[in-house]
Design a protein around this ligand. Structure first.
Ligand SMILES: Cc1ncc(COP(=O)(O)O)c(C=O)c1O
Length: 464
């Protein structure tokens, strides 16, 4: 029996989710027990089917329940000890006696706690273990598991219009690892790379460590400034054209074509980081640069970190054919740095349709948080704040346009108030903009804390 109450601030779907989850963890809903249909439970609780469906979807995405075609939802068999190992304890049991130290985590690279699809991953992992038991005593494909590269090729073509063959795909352990390999492959070019300003800060260190000269090139709502890029004299550019980090701009097609032209005519190279393209909430999907010119001088970089897990360290890049000889010359004798079991598990996760289902679920979940965040900012900041880069990804930028104490003081106040903010100025190689900009990630925030987090942020931004 479940009870939905008006007297708590938790939405109905969350109350229902919590109660079912508790029963599964306590064992009072037995493994493989069938749950009532969405319609029956909605009728029993006098609530909408959407409420029950949202609760079931969240339980499903976290692996607490599974579905059987045309039969409905069933309780997943959880291993002993699973409950205590859960990364996301229910609020009632969280840190007894300890104050909640990080109530509002606005870190832009946090995923929603508890969303890793544990049950499906475990099934795929066990299958992978059975399948590749013989391969575990040998070294494997340096470029990465062929099954994973094949599934990736199909997925990238379907979802991002990327056209390539498996031989062009390299499985890497993260963006920085991919860039390290590229730095070596590009060493017969001028060691000079252009980076968006403001832009993602982590690639800077990789290029600098490899002796590259860094040029910061201004970025506008229409993308990187191509005239400025030309005048920088760089032969390589690192860009995030589908969701500029941090400002969130989407480079329009006309400028994409200009950038591609820049690469083609000068034998220059574009490093296209398409890190969070799965998370687009409003507006039409945009094709990748690589998809616009598959035979162009474009390296396409992608990751499983933004939707599945950043700790898997599972990313990939698609090399243009002319770069393959350099790859083979430098790395033909290197072994893959990503464990075979993880790669094969991911391949199965994709093959069995779990990946695309997970993407859809995460898109819905993050869109809810995104919409809640925007509504809260609108209410609290009104005309004192301008939101940049909405409608995609896991963060927005809030530009403060009225009197405020500045980034350093706001961050200092936040730290003492149980709030984590990552400085926007970290994304600037030069001087940050005159107006205070706040980087607000929402992936790791609990939906029920968004309103109070933004209200608190508003108070931290007052005064001087
Ligand atoms: C711009 C950008 N690229 C790539 C990534 C992911 O990198 P990795 O594949 O190393 O986890 C992130 C993560 O936050 C990012 O912000």
């Amino acid at each position: 029996m479940f009870i939905l109450s008006d007297s708590t601030p938790l939405p109905f779907y969350k109350q229902l989710y919590n109660q079912i989850r508790e029963k599964i963890l306590a064992g009072s809903l037995a493994p493989d027990q069938k749950l009532p249909s969405v319609r029956d439970l909605a009728a029993e609780l006098s609530t909408s089917r959407n409420t029950v469906d949202a609760a079931y979807q969240e339980l499903y995405s976290e692996g607490f329940i599974y579905s059987r075609e045309r039969s409905g939802y069933f309780v997943s068999p959880l291993e002993r000890g699973f409950a205590s190992a859960l990364p996301y304890p229910s609020p009632r049991r969280s840190h007894p006696g300890k104050p909640d130290q990080l109530r509002y985590d606005f870190h832009p690279a946090r995923l929603a706690p508890g969303t890793f699809p544990v049950a499906q991953w475990r099934n795929c992992y066990l299958e992978a273990l059975r399948d590749c038991a013989d391969s575990l005593t040998t070294y494997t494909e340096p470029q990465g598991d062929l099954e994973l590269r094949t599934n990736l090729r199909e997925y990238l073509e379907r979802s991002r219009g990327v056209i390539c063959d498996e031989g062009q795909i390299i499985i890497t352990s993260g963006l920085q690892h991919g860039l390290e390999l590229l730095c070596r492959m590009m060493q017969d070019r001028r060691p000079s790379v252009a980076l968006e300003e403001p832009g993602y800060h982590l690639p800077r260190a990789v290029f600098a460590n490899n002796g590259y000269h860094l040029h910061k090139v201004a970025t506008h709502p229409s993308g990187i400034d191509i005239d400025h890029l030309r005048s920088s004299g760089s032969g390589i550019v690192y860009v995030t054209p589908s969701h500029q980090l941090p400002l969130g701009h989407v480079m329009p097609v006309a400028n994409r074509l200009k950038l591609i032209e820049w690469a083609q005519t000068g034998d220059n190279l574009i490093l296209e980081d398409d890190y969070d393209s799965e998370l687009r909430y409003h507006g039409k999907p945009i094709s990748s640069l690589q998809g616009l010119r598959p035979d162009g001088n474009i390296v396409y970089l992608g990751t499983f970190s933004k939707v599945l897990s950043p700790t898997l360290r599972l990313s990939y890049m698609v090399l243009p054919r002319p770069l393959l000889p350099a790859y083979r010359a430098h790395f033909g004798n290197y072994f893959s740095t990503v464990p075979l079991l993880e790669q094969r598990c991911m391949a199965k996760f994709m093959e069995q349709g779990y990946w695309e289902r997970h993407v859809r679920r995460m898109r819905t979940l993050y869109q809810q948080k995104h919409d809640l965040l925007l509504a809260a900012i609108g209410r609290e900041f009104g005309a004192d704040g301008v939101v940049l880069g909405a409608d995609a990804g896991l963060h927005v930028v809030l530009r403060l346009v009225s009197e405020n104490p500045g980034e350093a003081e706001i961050l200092h106040r936040a730290k003492g108030s149980g709030m984590r903010l990552v400085p926007f100025s970290q994304m600037c190689a030069g001087d940050p903009p005159a107006d205070t900009h706040l980087l607000l990630g929402f992936g790791g925030l609990l939906p029920e804390r968004i309103d109070e987090g933004v209200a608190l942020l508003r108070t931290l931004c007052k005064g001087r």
